[in-house]
Design a protein around this ligand. Structure first.
Ligand SMILES: [Zn+2]
Ligand SMILES: [Zn+2]
Length: 272
């Protein structure tokens, strides 16, 4: 079984539905190797959605002690999912250094300063323009921020896209992908394969729901070996969703390990 590197609980992520106890019970029922809780922290979130998009980090470390106790033999890692904006890199680098996180995911939930989950007007532009700009911003993020481990869902932009075939592909913006993937490798970060994205594509009935093979081939070809699986669960019924299928798929490109982090150090478990 696997370690699931990306999950949210209702205690500290306002959009999550599951409790830590439900998360742990589900992980045990699945016989998982381990699980990381990575609550949302969106500094300067540009929208007022009535709920805080940040949380009190000392309270998280205090409360999660009881989760670790309840988890018993199941390793429970304490992470965070940071929401990127260019002006926050230095702030995040300092903030993360103050706390004993196991893993830090850096994600970009904004396109032109708006979250496409709430605002779809960005998609009025042609798909290639939108995706190119998003991947350029992802490259800016990896180049500009330092104190993180995992690059979250590079395909966030296609989750809510209304285009006929919304899957993001290498061929749409090869130069931007090369810049993005090279930065991950140069900074020894880890590319997340987000299976919630796969699930969303599949629920739309798309045949190519799995990540574009050309992106994975190019990452490997450039020297990328670090990948991590994350279900991005907000409810307990999606932990490790599609992990087995995605792991087998990833192994066909030469990847051998699912990376997970303990006290900010990378470890690997076999993909298949
Ligand atoms: Zn996210
Ligand atoms: Zn997430």
């Amino acid at each position: 079984m696997y370690t699931d590197n990306h999950n949210h609980t209702k205690h500290f992520s306002s959009d999550a539905k599951m409790s830590a106890k439900e998360l742990i019970d589900a992980c045990k029922a699945l016989g998982m190797n381990g699980v990381a809780v990575t609550e949302h922290y969106e500094g300067d979130y540009p929208h007022d959605i009535g709920e805080s998009q940040i949380f009190d980090i000392p309270s998280f470390f205090e409360e999660s002690k009881t989760w670790i106790e309840y988890a018993g033999d199941l390793p429970l890692y304490r992470g965070i999912e940071l929401g990127y904006q260019k002006h926050l890199c230095a702030f995040y680098d300092d903030m993360i250094a103050k706390y004993p996180f196991d893993s830090v995911i850096m994600s970009n939930h904004l396109y032109k300063g708006k979250d496409p989950y709430f605002f779809r007007d960005g998609y009025e532009e042609p798909m290639i323009d939108v995706y190119t700009r998003y991947i350029e911003e992802m490259a800016d993020m990896v180049e500009g921020c330092n104190n993180f481990d995992i690059v979250g869902h590079y395909d966030y932009i296609n989750r809510y896209a209304p285009y006929e075939n919304p899957q993001i592909k290498y061929a749409q913006c090869p130069e931007s992908f090369d810049r993005f993937l090279s930065a991950i490798i140069a900074k020894d970060k880890c590319l997340e394969i987000n299976t919630r994205s796969v699930d969303k594509m599949r629920k739309k009935g798309l045949s190519d729901a799995l990540p574009d093979p050309e992106i994975l081939k190019r990452y490997y070809e450039l020297g990328g070996r670090n990948i991590s699986l994350g279900s991005d669960s907000h409810t307990s019924d999606t932990l490790c969703v599609h992990f087995k299928e995605v792991s087998e798929y990833l192994s066909t490109f030469g990847f051998t390990e699912n990376s997970y982090y303990v006290a900010r150090k990378r470890h690997g478990e076999p993909l298949v």
